[in-house]
Ligand binder design. Sequence first.
Ligand code: C2G
Length: 131
Amino acid sequence: MKKVITYGTYDLIHVGHINLLRRAKELGDYLIVVLSSDEFNAIKHKTAYHSYEDRKIILEAIKYVDEVIPEYTWEQKVKDVVDNKVDVFVMGDDWKGEFDFLKDYCEVVYLPRTEGISTSKIKNDLHLGKK
Ligand code: C2G
């Protein structure tokens, strides 16, 4: 079984997230999403609208996702890849190059982001009454 792993906050789920998850799953048979905890989001200077628990429930309902585990630190990726016997690490290409150190442990794939959508755009548009 070819195992794929990806990381993120996945707040206010949108088509960019779904496109990433679908393409990540297409690279293997089993997709693990390592979901940023609320505490880790603070480290990323992000405040998610939905709690970790709610973001986890939402992700687990997506057919491409097989397992959701928590992301607490920047440093846990090697252990996650090794402990879960992961074959492919996938991220959107806004992260291109950032995780190449994982090439010693698994394949590293950066996928093109979906243009024109992001969680911060949604928040901003709603704030400005654009939608
Ligand atoms: N994404 C995308 N297209 C968009 C928006 C997001 O392909 N329009 C991808 C991102 O590249 C990422 C995933 O969707 O691979 C999740 O995005 P975020 O929830 O914003 O995750 P991020 O804050 O980048 O967290 O340790 C890594 C971090 O946890 C990554």
